[in-house]
Design a protein around this ligand. Sequence first.
Ligand code: FAD
Length: 295
Amino acid sequence: MKIIDIIHTVGASFSCEIFPPKSYMNIDKTKAVAKSICDLGSDFVSVTYGAGGGTSQQTVEIARYINQLGGTALAHLTCASSSREEVKQAIARLKDYGIQNVLALRGDIPAELRDKPRDYTYAGELITEIRAQGDFCIGDACYPEGHVECESMEQDLNHLKAKVECGVDFLTTQMFFDNTAFYSFMFRALKKGIDVPIIAGIMPMTNSAQIRRSCELSGATLPTRFRRIADRFGDDPEAMKQAGIAYATEQIIDLIANGVKGIHLYTMNKPDVAAAIMSNLSYIVGADRAGLRHD
Ligand code: FAD
């Protein structure tokens, strides 16, 4: 099933992200994670693409497995370190494996390629190629606090609009910890004429090392309220996990109450964290979907 059809049918969609193993030898472990997450009733499950394309085979293999389980897979694909021929082959493989949904990304540019000529500069070029090669549902990334490389939010939104016009069906945000950043971004995006559904990316922060690393990489701001929680409970793994789940739950309740189109959980291959959040939200998601039926 195409994800855009799910988004248009279910009210706020609920999805999870997993990452493939670096080595094909460990694929069964990740398949077990994928199964646990599918069993939770996630509307779709996305599978990341390792930086540099090293996990390409594992990504499509796990995406196909999710579809075989009766779930809906979203396979990520990046282009920054690939040639046109490699990308063409990757798109052909997605088709061969029956994968209809692709998250088309540029990816981070590896340091050794930064000053060299590359076949791809921006994600828009990849989106155009995927569109030309098949009937895919294409998702893409957006950044409520601006992409780290961009000089201004305004410029980032102009680039985002151009990218969407290449043929994007829906967007998923980078993680954020302050919902007001998301609402402000939604307002500005709509003002620019970006009218595809935007899914909110939520990262349940369950350990302090992960908090530091994620914020450094993404440029996401940690609100004081969350910083206090991390300072107080960061050294106690169980307490931090409980607090991180509670914080993410609260963020999601607020987003659903304000009419968000979808929630995407950056689950970091932890089905227990996803299960705890989904259990916290069972009546809320139910009420949201019942409300949609009554509209
Ligand atoms: P782009 O949309 O190309 O944007 C990159 C930068 O270029 C931005 O600053 C933008 O403003 C600018 N730009 C875009 N178009 C133009 C233009 N036409 N002219 C001038 N400037 C332009 N990385 C992985 O390696 N694997 C994954 O699986 C993965 N999954 C992700 C999932 C989500 C939901 C998100 C939010 C990110 C993910 N990433 C992943 C990280 C992502 O690849 C990086 O953030 C990367 O630096 C940018 O990729 P992009 O597709 O957003 O790039």
